[in-house]
Ligand binder design. Structure first.
Ligand code: PGA
Length: 251
């Protein structure tokens, strides 16, 4: 059985004070949730304080990015070792905004994924077709390439640990959503690719999230799909009340 994962990507939002006040409300509102794993990904500046705030609770903390070297002369970068040290258990890798604005490629995704795994972090690898790829009807090819190149060289055991977030780029922050049954087809396809790479058993174990304009109104439609194991929400995770509704979605 795959435990659902509800994740919030705060992107470049919230000061430390704002982050702490959100987390305090979140913590007391969802303390009794045990059937869903909860993850929030604040900005780097808030990670340390937010982690001390959620310590001992059912909320996991993740970063939104990392660099693949463990340490050294890489001005401005943050390593997996540093993230682990301050209590992160997850890290987002290859988010479409990083691919679009910061030249992230499947190659860098691969290096970052390996670095995260070595440090004991769970990588949440973001994949998904652009609007152009969708228009050209090459969604499946685009997604397959991102998986194959992003995961090159991983052992089946490592591949079991990671989480995939399928996020059609055209649905991120736009209010446009992929329909739940379209998404379910993509999730089945991702498991098929995974099965070819690592075997059927691994493909059934990994969690595949949907992301892209998820909100309290549509979350249940996605979560009813058998191969959607959770959501990665951006906008809807910023307001604490709406994120609580995502965590407490009803089937
Ligand atoms: P959105 O963002 O929910 O605001 O569309 C999702 C994401 O970027 O992960």
């Amino acid at each position: 059985m795959r435990k659902p994962l509800m994740a919030g990507n705060w992107k470049m939002n919230k000061t430390v004070t704002e982050a702490v006040s959100v987390v305090k409300v979140l913590k007391s509102s969802i303390f009794d949730v045990t059937d869903v794993e909860v993850l929030i990904c604040p900005a780097f500046t808030a990670l340390y304080v937010v982690n001390s705030e959620v310590n001992g609770s059912n909320i996991n903390i993740g970063a939104q990015n990392l660099f693949w070297e463990p340490k050294g002369a890489f001005t401005g970068e943050i390593s997996s070792v540093m993230l682990k040290d301050i209590g992160c258990s997850y890290v987002l890798i290859g988010h479409s905004e990083r691919r679009q604005y910061f030249n992230e490629t499947d190659k860098s995704v691969n290096k970052k994924t390996k670095a995260a795994l070595v440090a004991g972090l769970i990588p949440v690898i973001c994949i998904g077709e652009t609007f152009k790829e969708k228009e050209q009807s090459i969604t499946f090819e685009a997604v397959e390439k991102q998986i194959k190149e992003g995961l090159v060289g991983l052992t089946p055991q490592q591949a079991t640990i990671i989480v995939i977030a399928y996020e059609p780029v055209w649905a991120i922050g736009t209010g446009k959503i992929a329909t739940p049954d379209q998404t379910q087809k993509l999730h089945i396809f991702i498991r098929k690719v995974y099965s070819q790479m690592y075997g059927y058993g691994v493909s059934q174990k990994i969690r595949i999230l949907y992301g892209g304009s998820v909100n309290p109104t549509n979350v249940s439609d996605f979560m009813r799909q058998p191969d959607i194991d959770g959501c990665l929400a951006g906008g809807a995770s910023l307001e604490v009340e709406s994120f609580i509704k995502l965590v407490k979605y009803s089937k």
